[in-house]
Design a binder for this molecule. Structure first.
Ligand SMILES: *[C@@H]1O[C@H](CO)[C@@H](O)[C@H](O)[C@H]1NC(C)=O
Ligand SMILES: *[C@@H]1O[C@H](CO)[C@@H](O)[C@H](O)[C@H]1NC(C)=O
Ligand SMILES: *[C@@H]1O[C@H](CO)[C@@H](O)[C@H](O)[C@H]1NC(C)=O
Ligand SMILES: *[C@@H]1O[C@H](CO)[C@@H](O)[C@H](O)[C@H]1NC(C)=O
Length: 490
């Protein structure tokens, strides 16, 4: 063995030791619909610190993707729904997309891109069919562009679907089939995926089953076998995740592709914004789920290891709340990269707090509150409604972390959220003279009055981005040279 090979082996060995800490095959979703996103290099550090070696993105933002270069982390890049029409209508657009957002990153020391997600839940019933025409043609064009770029074997295109693309009238998995209004389209699509050895990607949410139906058996949402089992022929299901997954297995079987690989693109539990969204239940869900992952037990119809991306890495305070207030609270980590609760990434009962983001900078320790002297709140409420509409009041929902605040607390909470989201602009903390700045932490025992972080969107002014990218690339090249040399010194 040559010296370099020896060092490569040592490095590979060290990586394995680090990764053994996390359940094999666990990835996370990294969404960025936040007023103050954390800088991508910090997030990548956080993934590495926690032994997470797979990540799924919702676009192909060059700063984010470039930050993953050389990390060894496997990446899913994505074509957002609003670009599907462009990809579908002209092959040239798909070709450009692949060139700019995949091929560019695939150099030595580059990004380990494994999948391209084409759209995100495009057939969701609430989209009223807006993307029905474009999704499959976009998938075909992207896959063809990958093939023609010589990447067809290593990078696969797929479509992340919501679990509402299939259904079972009796709730028994064996009755499962693709939704009748899109059955032909789904059948064609899964056969295309099968021919290209591409996986089927599905998002499964036990929390949403519970949220959507007051009569849903509560215990069945969790993977800790406390519920009344559901019997389907000779098979017993003890949790809705398995039952849902196997409904898909049956649907694929009936569509003629019984062995199509399945990837769970999203699964998780939110921590605020609904009576069932809190840290205790999220912890219960993740504990059961991670233990299941660690045992590699799979589901009754597909035993073995599951390929899964948790939803989600970080809270996102600008997500649409149309589905529910909980939408902004899916993170395993808070908006600032601090962990919310101990997790067991090993699945073996080794509960520990995940390692938080390092190097996040906060704005000054100050809060904007309603003046105590204001006694008549009549003229305050219009300001509150306005401030809520452009900031984030999702934690004030009934039975949420800030649901118990009195009127004074509620107004103050809203004033502060608006102030923080506007980067602590002092002119924002006025509200017709009814607001004041304070330096004493206004948080209560359960309700966090946050101080925002320095947004990565501000920390590098937009016009400097190209320069910063060049610098980043230069540094990573230098590091690429330096690291082997450092190892030689050892
Ligand atoms: C590449 O992806 C980015 C981010 O999603 C997008 O803005 C850009 O338009 C894409 N490039 C092409 C050529 O489509
Ligand atoms: C879908 O239709 C419903 C009811 O007609 C409407 O309220 C909603 O805004 C539509 N959604 C989209 C994405 O077009
Ligand atoms: C509160 O203010 C409103 C509007 O200025 C006024 O109409 C109302 O009478 C006041 N209420 C009390 C209790 O003073
Ligand atoms: C304010 O207090 C809360 C609750 O104790 C804490 O989580 C938060 O970090 C504090 N904020 C600052 C800026 O110190």
């Amino acid at each position: 063995m040559k010296r370099q090979e020896f060092h490569a082996a040592i490095r590979a060995f060290c990586l394995c030791v680090v990764y053994v800490n996390a359940v094999c095959g666990i990835g996370v979703n990294w969404g960025t619909i936040a007023s103050h996103p954390i800088a991508p290099p910090i997030v990548v550090g956080m993934l590495k610190d926690n032994g997470i070696n797979k990540v799924k993105l919702f676009d192909a933002d060059p700063w984010t993707v470039t930050a993953l270069a050389g990390s060894g982390i496997e990446v899913v890049v994505a074509v957002p729904n609003d670009m599907l029409h462009r990809m579908a209508s002209d092959y040239g657009n798909a070709k450009e997309w692949v060139k700019e957002n995949v091929t560019t990153h695939l150099h030595d020391g580059g990004v380990k891109i494994k999948y391209v997600a084409v759209g995100n839940e495009p057939f969701l019933a609430s989209y009223n069919g807006s993307f029905l025409g474009d999704t499959f043609p976009a998938l075909k064009n992207i896959q063809r562009a990958l093939d023609e770029a010589g990447l067809g074997e290593t990078v696969k295109a797929t479509v992340p679907h919501n679990a509402d693309v299939y259904e079972s009238p009796s709730n028994q998995p064996s009755d499962g089939a693709f939704r009748s209004d899109i059955q032909k389209l789904m059948t064609d699509m899964v056969n295309f995926l099968d021919q290209h050895q591409s996986p089927f990607m599905v998002n499964i949410y036990p929390f949403l089953s519970l949220y959507a139906n007051d009569h849903f058996p509560f215990e069945f949402s969790f993977c800790d076998q406390q519920g009344q089992p559901l019997t389907d022929g000779a098979v017993q299901y003890t949790n809705v995740f398995d039952a849902n997954y196997d409904t898909l297995v049956w649907s694929l079987k009936k569509a003629g592709v019984p062995n199509l690989k399945i990837i769970v693109g999203e699964v998780g539990w939110p921590t605020d914004g609904n009576k069932n969204a809190n840290i205790d239940l999220a912890k219960r869900f993740y504990d059961g789920f991670m233990a299941k992952m660690a045992k590699n037990e799979g589901t009754p119809l597909r035993p073995g290891s599951l390929d899964v991306y948790l939803f989600s890495l970080l809270d996102e305070d600008m997500k649409s709340i149309a589905p529910g207030m909980f939408e902004r609270h899916w993170g395993i980590f808070r908006y600032d990269g601090k962990p919310k609760f101990p997790m067991d990434f090993t699945g073996e009962g080794q509960d520990k707090l995940p390692i938080g983001a390092k190097g996040v900078q906060y704005l000054p320790k100050q809060w904007c509150l309603l003046k105590k002297s204001v006694k008549n709140l009549t003229t305050v409420w219009p300001h509150v409604d306005y401030a809520c509409s452009i900031s984030d009041c999702s934690s004030m929902e009934l039975k949420s972390s800030c649901g118990d605040l009195d009127s004074y607390g509620r107004v103050s909470y809203v004033f502060n959220m608006h102030f923080q989201m506007q980067d602590q602009d002092v002119e924002v903390c006025d509200f017709n003279g009814m607001a004041e700045l304070v330096s004493e932490n206004a948080s209560t025992a359960t309700c966090l009055f946050p101080v925002q972080i320095v947004s990565s969107a501000n920390s590098i002014p937009f016009h400097c981005l190209p320069a910063a990218l060049v610098l980043g690339i230069l540094i990573s090249h230098l590091m690429g040279r330096l690291i082997p040399e450092l190892i030689h010194l050892v």
